[in-house]
Design a protein around this ligand. Structure first.
Ligand code: NAD
Ligand code: ZN
Length: 345
């Protein structure tokens, strides 16, 4: 297994050119690095599992968890880079999940006004979502991803074998985003998921490769049309208005909250006379097949308050992603009252 079965997706954007390498091995990473001694940023879990497969280079290790995705960690990495005397010719590689890549991309984009960088995505969520699209940043003041930049890595290497050490709950978070991509943009992918969910859950290489590839194509084509999130890119927030609010107010992981959020957004789509009840049922059924929740316990008032505070809100209404049918999303202004009505049922 080498470059033979690898698939790649090219992204041409205003902030640069990027290539996503799907099915490439971590062992081959060195062939993509343009310098002798890159600086590798990783976290303790990924280091413990894969340090022996890293290429030569300096390694900066950060802790794990969303609470580490902050400016203190960024400062810690700047300090390490200074100690290493990293200059403008440095090449930074983030090897990890969405947290490592978001931080590494932000550090690389700001240290010395920007040095070259690439990613190795080690979680399903980062392979199908976080590493595609050029958003890098950290949390601040209690808000997710408040401080950051748009900037593309030169490459994103997605080694599918690395997913075997990932906890099952983390895998499911990735599948939630794949279902999202299918629901908003690709009915064929949706039908494929309905048929191949069992192989996907068993991490069958061919199936996972297709899911990562299709997700990269869907997300990158949406992003190419709207890099800075003015219109089209909002579709990627399907299930996320409710999802983020549920995630924030309960202890539920992102993917599970988004799963329940997609079910609520589908119900609202039916209520608005857009989506058919059959399509709504297919969405719930598919999420269940993946072991994702379709209903969660949460406090209605706290969730609505969280939505009201959402940074993407405009006035009394909110830009909300609805479905017309599976594979076809629209963004519409929805009032807080309408959202309240959906979660009251
Ligand atoms: N930039 C974007 O467009 C974008 C999009 C979606 C999500 N995100 C961000 O991504 C982050 C979540 O990313 P994530 O779900 O990858 O979480 P993560 O980076 O925290 O990784 C999940 C856990 O798995 C561990 N891990 C990573 N790879 C492993 C492997 N191969 N084997 C064993 N353990 C491994 C990590 O150490 C961590 O404990 C959030 O901060 C979110 O905001 C960014
Ligand atoms: Zn998400």
């Amino acid at each position: 297994m080498g470059a033979g079965i690898m698939k790649s997706v090219k992204i041409l954007s205003r902030t640069g050119e990027s290539v996503i390498l799907i099915g490439e091995r971590l062992e081959n990473l060195k062939t993509y690095i343009p310098v002798e001694t890159p600086v590798i940023i990783t976290d303790t879990n990924v280091r413990d599992c894969y340090r022996k497969c890293f290429p030569d280079g300096e390694v900066i290790t950060i802790g794990t968890g969303e609470e580490k995705k902050n400016l203190d960690t960024v400062r810690y990495i700047y300090d390490q880079l200074l100690a290493l005397e990293a200059d403008r010719s440095a090449f930074i590689i983030g090897i990890g999940g969405g947290i490592v890549c978001d931080i590494a991309g932000f550090v690389a984009s700001t240290y010395l006004r920007g040095v070259r960088f690439g990613f190795v995505s080690t979680t399903l969520l980062s392979q199908v979502d976080a590493s595609v699209g050029g958003k890098n940043g950290v949390n601040f003041g209690g808000y997710k991803n408040m401080v950051g930049v748009f900037n593309q890595p030169e490459f994103v290497l997605c080694d599918l074998n690395l997913l075997r050490t990932l906890p099952q709950r983390e895998i499911l978070c990735g599948f939630a985003e794949v279902v999202k991509h299918a629901a908003i943009a690709d009915d064929n992918l949706f039908a494929y998921l309905e048929e191949h969910y069992a192989q996907a859950l068993a991490l069958d290489t061919r199936v996972i490769e297709k899911l990562v590839y299709d997700s990269a194509v869907i997300k990158s084509s949406i992003v190419n049309r709207d890099e800075k999130e003015r219109g089209e890119r909002r579709k990627l927030n399907f299930g996320h208005t409710f999802g983020h609010a549920i995630e924030k107010t309960t202890a539920v992981p992102h993917g599970e909250a988004v799963s329940a959020g997609m079910v609520l957004a589908s119900a609202l789509s039916v209520k608005k006379g857009l989506l058919s009840a059959e399509d709504e049922e297919r969405i719930s059924a598919l999420l269940k097949k993946f072991g994702l929740p379709t209903r969660l316990q949460f406090d209605r008032k706290t969730v609505l308050d969280a939505i009201r505070k959402d940074k993407k809100r405009e006035g009394d209404s909110i830009n909300f992603v609805l479905l017309r049918e599976i594979g076809n999303a629209v963004v519409d202004e929805i009032s807080i009252q309408e959202l309240e009505a959906v979660i009251s049922n």
